[in-house]
Structures are given as structure tokens and as C-alpha cells.
Design a protein around this ligand. Structure first.
Ligand SMILES: Nc1nc2c(ncn2[C@@H]2O[C@H](COP(=O)(O)OP(=O)(O)OP(=O)(O)O)[C@@H](O)[C@H]2O)c(=O)[nH]1
Ligand SMILES: [Mg+2]
Length: 328
């Protein structure tokens, strides 16, 4: 076993950003860091070239692509922006404020409205967390569990990642910290059997939430997808309407690469939402814009740190405010 496979100990809970101005204040600092951020670069572009011409649009395109926004969303933003600027300005020199304000409006429009996690009308709500290894599945399961427990709900966790013993232990640690029971089998056992037992326990105890942690790595990708499909079928059979959410964890720092991996998961198990993790580790917020466009799945949650409290609902308006901090 190499070091990366070892038990990853969750860090102490902390509440990054929540004590300062606004929920996403910490994130905002990172996303608006001078020079790297979309806003910083757009400001310097407008200063250099305050004219709405092809060169201006080409440079803006490069800035957006470099921030991981993705090709088709970039095109959408550019055409919306130039329409608005033409209507408002007619031949006037561009102002930083106008360009940023319209860009912000376009971004909010592309992101759409906040989509909350789905909840069962009756009986346990089942959430499956899937994704490439290391993207933050287990951590997100722990954080979500803590969130539900804090609001007084009963939660049961299923250690359906049976690929490594360390993965099962890691989930157990999160379960202890958040106050939820973990259903586990031995390493190497059938994940679908763990899913089955977890559903049975959930029904017997009448819990509110079932959260399943899944494997991110197997000998082959095909095997992993088959395994996830099987887990999902068991859940569907055991609890009506389940899984209510299949959340895919995407690492915000992996940029466009993460998106192509995500497509495989989308085909195998219908993903209902994205948990975008490690947003605290990147100054490129653009990936948020590329996701919906390339996967057609809304970002529902964002991870902004390793601590138990570092999970937020993804609110497009709040996110745009964080990128364009200080702009009305
Ligand atoms: N900074 C930061 N780190 C995170 C975040 N979410 C997860 N991590 C870290 O990312 C690493 C991997 O997280 P895991 O939750 O173990 O990822 P996983 O997808 O379960 O990994 P496998 O089980 O190996 O497939 C850990 O060191 C986490 O602390 C986040 O939002 N921000
Ligand atoms: Mg894991």
C-alpha cells in the first residue's frame, strides 16, 4: 500500500470564512486575487483597450478560457456581453464598471437558479456520492452527514467503498465525528451487499438520510461503473424513489480534465447534482460555469476546505457576488 492509500485523517472542524463578511468571504478573497482572477484580468484589459472590437473580444475570450470557463459557455458569455455593451454604450469608450457588471449578469444567467438537494416525501432520503478517486467523496459524505445531524436528522452511512480497508476506516471516523452509524463489511466484499444492509438498517431504524460513500478506483474503470450501477439498482429496489440524489464530486482544481472523467460517471449512473470540491484551492472559479454546460447537471454543493463545516449550498448569485466582490 502506498502512502496515498493510507488513512486520510480528517482535519479539525473549522468554519472558514463564516465569521467574516458573508458566507463566501474567504472564497471571495481567493477568487478575486489580483492578477489571477477573471475580474483582475478584465479590469486590466479594459484599461489597455477600452473599445468593443474583435481584439477586445479575443482577449476576453482568452481570459475566460484560461479561467476554465469552457468553450461554449465562453462564446455564450461573449455574445451576451457584447450585445449589452452595444446597447448601452454606442461608440463610447468602455468602462471597467460596465464590462464587469454586464459580465456578472451574464454569468448569473448562465448559472441559473439555486437547486437544492432533493428530499424523499416519505421514508429515508438516499444520497449516493460518486466520483474519481481523491476528488473528495468521503469528505463530502462526512460534511453532509454533519449538516443533517446538526439540523436534528438521523443519518446512516454506508461504506460501499470496500476497495480499501483504509477507506472504510476513514468513513468510520467521519461517522463518529458527525454522530452517525456506519454500516460496513470487510475489505473486498461486494459493495452492493453493503448498500443492501445499509438500506435495511435505515428502514428498520426509520432514519431520515442514508448516505453511501463509493469507491473511486478499481482495477478497471469498466468494473467501477458496473459496481456503481449494481449499488444503484439495489438502492432502487430497496427504497422507493431512491436514490434521491446521485452526487458526483468534482475537484475544482482539476479544471477541464475533471469534466471529461465526469462524463463516464454520468453515463453509468444518472448524476443528479455536482458537489464541487476544493474550491478553496483554486483562483479559477470558471469551472463552475463550464460544468452545467458540458454535463447538463447543476452544481448543488461546494466544498471550501477540509473541515467538517466547509460545505455550502451552491448559490449562483452568492457565487457571482464572491467573484465580483464590491461590484453592485
Ligand atoms: N482543501 C480542500 N480539500 C478537500 C476538500 N474536500 C476534500 N478534500 C481533501 O481531499 C483529499 C481527498 O478526499 P477524500 O474525501 O478522501 O476523497 P475520495 O474521493 O473519498 O478519495 P478515494 O476514496 O481515494 O477515492 C483529502 O485530503 C481531503 O481532506 C475541499 O473542499 N477542500
Ligand atoms: Mg473515499
Amino acid at each position: 500500500m502506498n502512502a496515498a492509500d493510507g488513512l486520510k485523517k480528517p482535519t479539525q472542524p473549522h468554519n472558514s470564512g463564516s465569521k467574516s463578511k458573508g458566507l463566501l468571504a474567504g472564497l471571495s478573497e481567493r477568487l478575486t486575487r489580483a492578477g489571477q482572477s477573471i475580474v483582475g484580468q478584465v479590469q486590466s484589459l479594459v484599461r489597455r483597450r477600452p473599445v468593443l472590437d474583435d481584439e477586445f473580444l479575443e482577449e476576453l475570450e482568452a481570459i475566460l478560457l484560461q479561467a476554465d470557463v469552457g468553450v461554449s459557455t465562453t462564446m455564450e458569455l461573449l455574445s451576451g456581453l457584447s450585445r449589452s455593451l452595444k446597447e448601452s454604450g454606442q461608440g463610447k469608450a468602455l468602462s471597467e464598471e460596465d464590462v464587469l457588471r454586464y459580465l456578472k449578469e451574464e454569468i448569473v444567467e448562465v448559472l441559473g437558479s439555486h437547486e437544492p438537494l432533493r428530499k424523499a416525501m416519505e421514508g429515508p432520503t438516499v444520497i449516493m456520492v460518486v466520483g474519481v478517486n481523491g476528488t473528495g467523496k468521503t469528505t463530502t459524505v462526512g460534511k453532509l452527514c454533519h449538516r443533517f445531524r446538526k439540523s436534528g436528522s438521523e443519518v446512516i452511512l454506508g461504506a460501499t467503498d470496500t476497495f480499501r480497508a483504509a477507506a472504510i476506516d476513514q468513513l468510520e471516523i467521519w461517522g463518529k465525528r458527525a454522530g452517525a452509524r456506519v454500516i460496513r463489511h470487510e475489505e473486498g466484499r461486494d459493495p452492493a451487499a453493503v448498500a443492501y444492509d445499509t438500506c435495511q438498517a435505515a428502514k428498520a431504524r426509520g432514519v431520515d438520510y442514508v448516505i453511501l460513500d463509493t469507491a473511486g478506483r478499481l482495477h478497471t474503470h469498466v468494473n467501477l461503473m458496473r459496481e456503481l450501477e449494481k449499488v444503484k439498482r439495489v438502492v432502487e429496489r430497496e427504497i422507493p424513489g431512491a436514490p434521491h440524489e446521485v452526487l458526483l464530486t468534482l475537484d475544482a482544481t482539476s479544471g477541464q480534465n475533471g469534466l471529461s472523467q465526469a462524463a463516464t460517471f454520468k453515463e453509468a449512473v444518472e448524476i443528479t447534482g455536482i458537489a464541487l470540491t476544493k474550491l478553496d484551492g483554486t483562483a479559477k472559479g470558471g469551472i463552475v460555469l463550464a460544468i452545467k454546460d458540458s454535463l447538463g447537471v447543476p452544481v448543488k454543493l461546494i466544498g471550501i476546505g477540509e473541515g467538517i463545516e466547509d460545505l455550502r449550498d451552491f448559490d449562483p448569485r452568492e457565487f457571482a457576488d464572491a467573484i465580483f466582490q464590491g461590484l453592485a
